[in-house]
Design a protein around this ligand. Structure first.
Ligand SMILES: NC(=O)c1ccc[n+]([C@@H]2O[C@H](COP(=O)([O-])OP(=O)(O)OC[C@H]3O[C@@H](n4cnc5c(N)ncnc54)[C@H](O)[C@@H]3O)[C@@H](O)[C@H]2O)c1
Ligand SMILES: [Zn+2]
Length: 364
Protein backbone atom coordinates (compact mmCIF):
# COMPACT_ATOMS: atom_id res chain seq x y z
CA UNK A 1 0.00 0.00 0.00
CA UNK A 2 1.18 3.52 -0.80
CA UNK A 3 0.33 6.46 1.45
CA UNK A 4 0.34 9.97 0.07
CA UNK A 5 -0.14 12.79 2.52
CA UNK A 6 -1.89 15.99 1.57
CA UNK A 7 -0.47 18.59 3.94
CA UNK A 8 -3.04 21.34 4.49
CA UNK A 9 -2.67 22.18 8.18
CA UNK A 10 -5.74 21.10 10.12
CA UNK A 11 -7.34 19.94 6.86
CA UNK A 12 -4.52 17.45 6.12
CA UNK A 13 -5.40 13.91 5.11
CA UNK A 14 -3.99 10.67 3.77
CA UNK A 15 -4.62 9.03 0.42
CA UNK A 16 -4.15 5.28 0.72
CA UNK A 17 -3.61 3.40 -2.53
CA UNK A 18 -3.48 -0.37 -2.77
CA UNK A 19 -4.89 -3.28 -4.71
CA UNK A 20 -7.54 -5.01 -2.58
CA UNK A 21 -7.80 -2.17 -0.07
CA UNK A 22 -11.61 -2.34 -0.05
CA UNK A 23 -11.38 -5.71 1.69
CA UNK A 24 -9.64 -3.92 4.55
CA UNK A 25 -12.19 -1.09 4.80
CA UNK A 26 -13.03 -1.88 8.43
CA UNK A 27 -9.44 -1.22 9.47
CA UNK A 28 -9.62 2.37 8.20
CA UNK A 29 -13.31 3.16 8.53
CA UNK A 30 -14.34 1.51 11.82
CA UNK A 31 -12.80 4.36 13.84
CA UNK A 32 -14.92 6.79 11.81
CA UNK A 33 -18.26 4.99 12.24
CA UNK A 34 -20.89 5.96 14.79
CA UNK A 35 -23.14 3.29 16.32
CA UNK A 36 -21.57 0.75 13.95
CA UNK A 37 -22.91 2.30 10.78
CA UNK A 38 -21.77 4.56 7.95
CA UNK A 39 -23.92 6.52 5.49
CA UNK A 40 -22.70 5.74 1.98
CA UNK A 41 -23.62 7.90 -1.03
CA UNK A 42 -23.32 5.98 -4.29
CA UNK A 43 -24.98 5.50 -7.65
CA UNK A 44 -26.99 2.49 -8.76
CA UNK A 45 -24.44 1.40 -11.40
CA UNK A 46 -21.61 1.37 -8.86
CA UNK A 47 -23.61 -0.01 -5.94
CA UNK A 48 -24.96 -3.07 -7.73
CA UNK A 49 -21.57 -4.71 -8.50
CA UNK A 50 -19.58 -3.17 -5.64
CA UNK A 51 -21.92 -2.50 -2.70
CA UNK A 52 -21.62 -6.06 -1.39
CA UNK A 53 -17.83 -5.85 -1.60
CA UNK A 54 -17.80 -2.67 0.47
CA UNK A 55 -20.17 -4.24 3.01
CA UNK A 56 -17.97 -7.34 3.21
CA UNK A 57 -14.90 -5.17 3.80
CA UNK A 58 -16.69 -3.31 6.59
CA UNK A 59 -17.44 -6.49 8.53
CA UNK A 60 -19.77 -5.68 11.43
CA UNK A 61 -20.24 -2.06 10.42
CA UNK A 62 -23.40 -1.48 8.44
CA UNK A 63 -23.13 0.48 5.18
CA UNK A 64 -26.40 2.40 4.77
CA UNK A 65 -26.72 3.18 1.05
CA UNK A 66 -28.09 6.50 -0.21
CA UNK A 67 -28.36 5.96 -3.96
CA UNK A 68 -28.87 8.32 -6.89
CA UNK A 69 -29.17 7.39 -10.57
CA UNK A 70 -25.80 7.05 -12.35
CA UNK A 71 -24.76 9.97 -14.51
CA UNK A 72 -24.04 13.67 -14.58
CA UNK A 73 -27.77 14.54 -14.18
CA UNK A 74 -27.51 13.57 -10.50
CA UNK A 75 -25.02 16.41 -9.94
CA UNK A 76 -27.93 18.87 -9.81
CA UNK A 77 -29.99 20.86 -7.31
CA UNK A 78 -32.51 18.00 -7.30
CA UNK A 79 -29.80 15.38 -6.77
CA UNK A 80 -28.26 17.46 -3.98
CA UNK A 81 -31.64 17.91 -2.29
CA UNK A 82 -32.32 14.17 -2.40
CA UNK A 83 -28.94 13.31 -0.86
CA UNK A 84 -29.12 16.01 1.83
CA UNK A 85 -32.69 15.03 2.75
CA UNK A 86 -31.70 11.36 2.96
CA UNK A 87 -28.68 12.15 5.14
CA UNK A 88 -30.89 14.17 7.51
CA UNK A 89 -33.57 11.47 7.53
CA UNK A 90 -30.85 9.04 8.66
CA UNK A 91 -29.94 11.41 11.49
CA UNK A 92 -26.55 12.54 10.20
CA UNK A 93 -24.49 14.46 12.78
CA UNK A 94 -21.64 16.94 12.31
CA UNK A 95 -18.96 14.51 13.47
CA UNK A 96 -20.16 11.77 11.14
CA UNK A 97 -18.13 10.70 8.13
CA UNK A 98 -20.20 10.38 4.98
CA UNK A 99 -18.70 7.93 2.48
CA UNK A 100 -18.62 8.96 -1.20
CA UNK A 101 -18.48 5.64 -3.07
CA UNK A 102 -18.45 6.15 -6.83
CA UNK A 103 -16.98 8.13 -9.70
CA UNK A 104 -16.44 11.87 -9.91
CA UNK A 105 -20.17 12.57 -9.99
CA UNK A 106 -20.67 10.94 -6.60
CA UNK A 107 -17.50 12.48 -5.14
CA UNK A 108 -18.59 15.99 -6.17
CA UNK A 109 -22.20 15.48 -5.08
CA UNK A 110 -21.57 13.73 -1.75
CA UNK A 111 -18.68 16.09 -1.01
CA UNK A 112 -20.87 19.14 -1.53
CA UNK A 113 -23.67 17.59 0.54
CA UNK A 114 -21.10 16.96 3.30
CA UNK A 115 -19.94 20.58 3.04
CA UNK A 116 -23.41 21.97 3.73
CA UNK A 117 -25.41 19.45 5.76
CA UNK A 118 -25.45 20.55 9.42
CA UNK A 119 -23.19 23.39 8.20
CA UNK A 120 -20.53 20.87 7.33
CA UNK A 121 -19.67 17.32 8.31
CA UNK A 122 -16.79 14.99 7.46
CA UNK A 123 -16.51 12.79 4.43
CA UNK A 124 -14.33 10.04 3.02
CA UNK A 125 -13.73 9.39 -0.66
CA UNK A 126 -13.68 5.83 -2.01
CA UNK A 127 -13.34 6.59 -5.74
CA UNK A 128 -14.40 3.84 -8.13
CA UNK A 129 -13.61 5.29 -11.58
CA UNK A 130 -10.06 5.88 -12.79
CA UNK A 131 -10.83 9.57 -13.28
CA UNK A 132 -11.99 9.83 -9.68
CA UNK A 133 -9.02 7.80 -8.39
CA UNK A 134 -6.43 10.06 -10.02
CA UNK A 135 -8.21 13.39 -10.03
CA UNK A 136 -11.59 14.30 -8.59
CA UNK A 137 -11.25 12.55 -5.20
CA UNK A 138 -8.18 14.61 -4.32
CA UNK A 139 -8.09 18.33 -3.69
CA UNK A 140 -11.40 19.15 -2.04
CA UNK A 141 -13.31 20.71 -4.92
CA UNK A 142 -16.99 19.75 -4.76
CA UNK A 143 -19.79 21.00 -6.96
CA UNK A 144 -23.06 20.54 -8.78
CA UNK A 145 -24.12 21.71 -12.25
CA UNK A 146 -26.72 24.46 -12.62
CA UNK A 147 -28.58 26.03 -15.55
CA UNK A 148 -25.77 28.56 -16.12
CA UNK A 149 -23.11 25.86 -16.46
CA UNK A 150 -21.15 22.92 -15.08
CA UNK A 151 -19.64 22.99 -11.58
CA UNK A 152 -20.74 26.56 -10.95
CA UNK A 153 -22.11 25.95 -7.45
CA UNK A 154 -19.97 24.18 -4.89
CA UNK A 155 -17.50 24.43 -2.06
CA UNK A 156 -13.91 23.67 -1.20
CA UNK A 157 -14.31 20.86 1.32
CA UNK A 158 -11.42 18.47 1.92
CA UNK A 159 -12.12 14.79 2.70
CA UNK A 160 -10.73 13.23 5.90
CA UNK A 161 -9.38 10.23 4.02
CA UNK A 162 -9.22 8.85 0.48
CA UNK A 163 -9.12 5.07 -0.08
CA UNK A 164 -8.05 4.06 -3.59
CA UNK A 165 -8.40 0.42 -4.58
CA UNK A 166 -7.45 -0.11 -8.25
CA UNK A 167 -9.22 -3.50 -8.25
CA UNK A 168 -12.54 -1.58 -8.22
CA UNK A 169 -11.79 -0.61 -11.82
CA UNK A 170 -12.30 -4.21 -12.96
CA UNK A 171 -16.02 -3.52 -13.45
CA UNK A 172 -15.50 -0.12 -15.14
CA UNK A 173 -16.19 0.24 -18.86
CA UNK A 174 -12.85 0.23 -20.81
CA UNK A 175 -13.76 3.51 -22.52
CA UNK A 176 -14.08 5.12 -19.06
CA UNK A 177 -10.70 3.61 -18.13
CA UNK A 178 -9.09 5.25 -21.17
CA UNK A 179 -10.76 8.57 -20.31
CA UNK A 180 -9.34 8.44 -16.78
CA UNK A 181 -5.94 7.51 -18.18
CA UNK A 182 -5.90 10.83 -20.06
CA UNK A 183 -5.78 12.66 -16.71
CA UNK A 184 -2.74 10.59 -15.65
CA UNK A 185 -0.95 11.59 -18.85
CA UNK A 186 -2.00 15.19 -18.16
CA UNK A 187 -0.11 15.20 -14.83
CA UNK A 188 2.97 13.87 -16.57
CA UNK A 189 2.72 16.59 -19.19
CA UNK A 190 2.38 19.33 -16.55
CA UNK A 191 5.55 18.68 -14.60
CA UNK A 192 6.74 15.08 -14.64
CA UNK A 193 8.55 14.15 -17.84
CA UNK A 194 9.96 10.99 -16.20
CA UNK A 195 6.38 9.82 -15.63
CA UNK A 196 5.63 10.45 -19.31
CA UNK A 197 8.68 8.33 -20.33
CA UNK A 198 7.40 5.58 -18.05
CA UNK A 199 3.86 5.80 -19.44
CA UNK A 200 5.21 5.48 -22.97
CA UNK A 201 6.80 2.20 -21.90
CA UNK A 202 4.19 0.85 -19.46
CA UNK A 203 0.93 2.64 -20.33
CA UNK A 204 -0.48 -0.40 -22.12
CA UNK A 205 -0.19 -2.38 -18.89
CA UNK A 206 -1.96 0.38 -16.96
CA UNK A 207 -4.81 0.31 -19.45
CA UNK A 208 -4.96 -3.49 -19.49
CA UNK A 209 -5.38 -3.64 -15.72
CA UNK A 210 -2.01 -4.87 -14.49
CA UNK A 211 -2.33 -4.16 -10.73
CA UNK A 212 1.28 -3.13 -10.11
CA UNK A 213 1.42 -0.71 -13.06
CA UNK A 214 -2.00 0.69 -12.22
CA UNK A 215 -1.08 1.33 -8.60
CA UNK A 216 2.14 3.00 -9.64
CA UNK A 217 0.48 5.23 -12.25
CA UNK A 218 -2.33 6.24 -9.90
CA UNK A 219 0.12 6.99 -7.09
CA UNK A 220 2.28 9.14 -9.37
CA UNK A 221 -0.67 11.17 -10.63
CA UNK A 222 -2.16 11.57 -7.14
CA UNK A 223 1.19 12.66 -5.71
CA UNK A 224 1.44 15.24 -8.50
CA UNK A 225 -2.02 16.61 -7.78
CA UNK A 226 -1.41 16.57 -4.01
CA UNK A 227 1.75 18.68 -4.41
CA UNK A 228 -0.08 21.24 -6.52
CA UNK A 229 -3.08 21.39 -4.15
CA UNK A 230 -0.76 21.86 -1.16
CA UNK A 231 0.85 24.82 -2.89
CA UNK A 232 -2.44 26.44 -3.93
CA UNK A 233 -5.45 24.91 -2.18
CA UNK A 234 -8.01 27.44 -3.43
CA UNK A 235 -6.54 28.26 -6.82
CA UNK A 236 -5.42 31.74 -5.83
CA UNK A 237 -1.72 31.77 -6.76
CA UNK A 238 -2.17 30.28 -10.22
CA UNK A 239 -0.31 27.04 -9.50
CA UNK A 240 -3.50 24.98 -9.24
CA UNK A 241 -4.53 26.40 -12.62
CA UNK A 242 -1.81 24.18 -14.16
CA UNK A 243 -4.18 21.26 -13.52
CA UNK A 244 -6.31 22.75 -16.29
CA UNK A 245 -3.80 21.75 -18.97
CA UNK A 246 -5.89 20.62 -21.93
CA UNK A 247 -9.07 21.73 -20.18
CA UNK A 248 -9.73 25.13 -21.81
CA UNK A 249 -9.63 23.44 -25.20
CA UNK A 250 -11.30 20.35 -23.73
CA UNK A 251 -14.27 22.19 -22.23
CA UNK A 252 -14.88 23.93 -25.55
CA UNK A 253 -14.91 20.51 -27.26
CA UNK A 254 -17.31 19.13 -24.62
CA UNK A 255 -19.61 22.14 -25.01
CA UNK A 256 -19.57 21.86 -28.82
CA UNK A 257 -20.46 18.15 -28.61
CA UNK A 258 -23.23 18.91 -26.12
CA UNK A 259 -21.62 17.20 -23.08
CA UNK A 260 -22.78 13.92 -24.52
CA UNK A 261 -21.49 10.37 -24.92
CA UNK A 262 -19.93 11.55 -28.16
CA UNK A 263 -17.01 12.82 -26.12
CA UNK A 264 -16.22 11.87 -22.52
CA UNK A 265 -14.46 14.44 -20.34
CA UNK A 266 -11.15 12.53 -20.36
CA UNK A 267 -11.32 12.15 -24.14
CA UNK A 268 -11.78 15.91 -24.44
CA UNK A 269 -8.78 16.39 -22.14
CA UNK A 270 -6.62 14.14 -24.34
CA UNK A 271 -7.43 16.08 -27.49
CA UNK A 272 -7.24 19.32 -25.48
CA UNK A 273 -3.67 18.50 -24.37
CA UNK A 274 -2.68 17.72 -27.96
CA UNK A 275 -4.11 21.10 -29.03
CA UNK A 276 -2.29 22.89 -26.20
CA UNK A 277 0.97 21.34 -27.43
CA UNK A 278 0.27 22.18 -31.07
CA UNK A 279 -0.64 25.75 -30.14
CA UNK A 280 2.58 26.02 -28.12
CA UNK A 281 4.54 24.79 -31.15
CA UNK A 282 2.84 27.43 -33.30
CA UNK A 283 3.90 30.12 -30.83
CA UNK A 284 7.50 28.88 -30.95
CA UNK A 285 7.46 27.71 -27.34
CA UNK A 286 7.73 23.94 -27.71
CA UNK A 287 9.44 21.52 -30.10
CA UNK A 288 7.42 19.69 -32.71
CA UNK A 289 9.06 16.47 -31.56
CA UNK A 290 7.45 16.79 -28.10
CA UNK A 291 4.04 17.56 -29.60
CA UNK A 292 4.39 14.49 -31.86
CA UNK A 293 5.21 12.27 -28.87
CA UNK A 294 2.16 13.53 -27.00
CA UNK A 295 -0.18 12.92 -29.94
CA UNK A 296 1.30 9.46 -30.57
CA UNK A 297 0.91 8.45 -26.94
CA UNK A 298 -2.74 9.49 -26.63
CA UNK A 299 -3.49 7.81 -29.97
CA UNK A 300 -1.83 4.58 -28.80
CA UNK A 301 -4.12 4.68 -25.75
CA UNK A 302 -7.17 4.83 -28.03
CA UNK A 303 -7.93 8.47 -27.24
CA UNK A 304 -8.89 11.14 -29.82
CA UNK A 305 -6.06 13.34 -31.06
CA UNK A 306 -7.54 15.09 -34.12
CA UNK A 307 -10.48 17.50 -34.42
CA UNK A 308 -11.46 15.71 -37.62
CA UNK A 309 -12.14 12.50 -35.65
CA UNK A 310 -15.05 14.39 -34.06
CA UNK A 311 -16.03 16.33 -37.16
CA UNK A 312 -14.90 19.53 -35.41
CA UNK A 313 -12.26 20.66 -37.91
CA UNK A 314 -12.93 24.11 -39.30
CA UNK A 315 -15.01 25.06 -36.23
CA UNK A 316 -12.53 27.55 -34.76
CA UNK A 317 -14.98 30.38 -34.11
CA UNK A 318 -17.58 28.14 -32.51
CA UNK A 319 -14.98 26.53 -30.23
CA UNK A 320 -13.42 29.87 -29.27
CA UNK A 321 -16.90 31.24 -28.48
CA UNK A 322 -17.33 28.52 -25.84
CA UNK A 323 -14.09 29.70 -24.24
CA UNK A 324 -15.63 33.08 -23.45
CA UNK A 325 -17.96 31.22 -21.06
CA UNK A 326 -15.06 29.59 -19.21
CA UNK A 327 -15.62 30.02 -15.47
CA UNK A 328 -11.87 30.41 -14.94
CA UNK A 329 -11.92 33.69 -16.87
CA UNK A 330 -10.60 36.69 -15.00
CA UNK A 331 -11.24 40.25 -16.07
CA UNK A 332 -12.55 39.10 -19.44
CA UNK A 333 -9.45 37.07 -20.32
CA UNK A 334 -9.13 33.31 -20.62
CA UNK A 335 -6.00 31.85 -19.02
CA UNK A 336 -4.36 29.22 -21.23
CA UNK A 337 -2.04 26.52 -19.97
CA UNK A 338 0.75 26.27 -22.51
CA UNK A 339 3.95 24.24 -22.55
CA UNK A 340 7.66 24.67 -23.18
CA UNK A 341 7.91 20.90 -23.57
CA UNK A 342 6.78 17.67 -21.91
CA UNK A 343 6.62 18.31 -18.16
CA UNK A 344 6.93 22.08 -18.54
CA UNK A 345 3.47 23.65 -18.38
CA UNK A 346 2.85 27.29 -17.49
CA UNK A 347 -0.06 29.74 -17.34
CA UNK A 348 -0.39 32.38 -20.07
CA UNK A 349 -3.03 35.06 -19.53
CA UNK A 350 -2.12 37.15 -22.56
CA UNK A 351 -3.52 35.02 -25.35
CA UNK A 352 -6.01 36.62 -27.73
CA UNK A 353 -9.02 34.40 -28.40
CA UNK A 354 -8.96 35.47 -32.06
CA UNK A 355 -5.51 33.85 -32.35
CA UNK A 356 -6.87 30.64 -30.79
CA UNK A 357 -9.86 30.67 -33.15
CA UNK A 358 -7.53 30.98 -36.16
CA UNK A 359 -5.33 28.16 -34.88
CA UNK A 360 -8.34 25.88 -34.30
CA UNK A 361 -9.76 26.68 -37.72
CA UNK A 362 -6.59 25.45 -39.37
CA UNK A 363 -5.97 22.47 -37.06
CA UNK A 364 -6.74 19.12 -38.65
N1 LIG B 1 -13.78 17.76 -7.98
C1 LIG B 1 -12.83 17.71 -8.87
O1 LIG B 1 -11.70 18.13 -8.64
C2 LIG B 1 -13.13 17.08 -10.20
C3 LIG B 1 -12.08 16.83 -11.08
C4 LIG B 1 -12.38 16.19 -12.28
C5 LIG B 1 -13.67 15.83 -12.57
N2 LIG B 1 -14.68 16.10 -11.69
C6 LIG B 1 -16.07 15.70 -11.98
O2 LIG B 1 -16.10 14.28 -12.07
C7 LIG B 1 -17.19 13.90 -12.89
C8 LIG B 1 -16.73 12.83 -13.85
O3 LIG B 1 -16.31 11.72 -13.10
P1 LIG B 1 -16.36 10.24 -13.71
O4 LIG B 1 -15.71 10.23 -15.02
O5 LIG B 1 -15.89 9.33 -12.65
O6 LIG B 1 -17.93 10.08 -14.00
P2 LIG B 1 -19.07 9.23 -13.27
O7 LIG B 1 -19.04 9.42 -11.81
O8 LIG B 1 -20.33 9.60 -13.98
O9 LIG B 1 -18.66 7.74 -13.62
C9 LIG B 1 -18.72 7.31 -14.97
C10 LIG B 1 -19.64 6.10 -15.11
O10 LIG B 1 -18.97 4.96 -14.61
C11 LIG B 1 -19.76 4.31 -13.62
N3 LIG B 1 -18.82 3.71 -12.68
C12 LIG B 1 -17.97 4.35 -11.84
N4 LIG B 1 -17.18 3.47 -11.21
C13 LIG B 1 -17.53 2.24 -11.65
C14 LIG B 1 -17.06 0.93 -11.39
N5 LIG B 1 -16.01 0.69 -10.58
N6 LIG B 1 -17.67 -0.10 -12.03
C15 LIG B 1 -18.70 0.12 -12.90
N7 LIG B 1 -19.16 1.33 -13.20
C16 LIG B 1 -18.59 2.39 -12.59
C17 LIG B 1 -20.67 5.37 -13.06
O11 LIG B 1 -21.84 4.82 -12.53
C18 LIG B 1 -20.94 6.21 -14.31
O12 LIG B 1 -21.97 5.62 -15.05
C19 LIG B 1 -17.67 15.17 -13.58
O13 LIG B 1 -18.89 15.57 -13.00
C20 LIG B 1 -16.58 16.18 -13.30
O14 LIG B 1 -17.07 17.50 -13.23
C21 LIG B 1 -14.41 16.71 -10.51
ZN1 LIG C 1 -10.36 16.88 -16.01
Amino acid sequence: METIKVALGDRSYDILIGQGLLKRSAEFLAPLAREDRLLVVSDETVWSPLGMRLQAGLGGIEAVPILVPAGEESKSWAGLASVVDALLAHGVERKDHIIAFGGGVIGDLAGFAAAIVNRGCNFVQIPTSLLAQVDSSVGGKTAINVAAGKNLVGAFHQPSLVLVDPSLLDTLDPRQVRAGYAEIVKYALIEDSALFDWLEAEGTKVLAGDPTSRTRAIAAAVAGKARIVEADERETSGRRALLNLGHTFGHALEAETGYSDRLLHGEAVALGCVLAFDFSVLRGLCSEADADRVRAHFASAGLPTRLAELGLNGCGDALAAHMTHDKKREGGRTAFILVRGIGQAFVDKEIELSEVAKFLDRAA
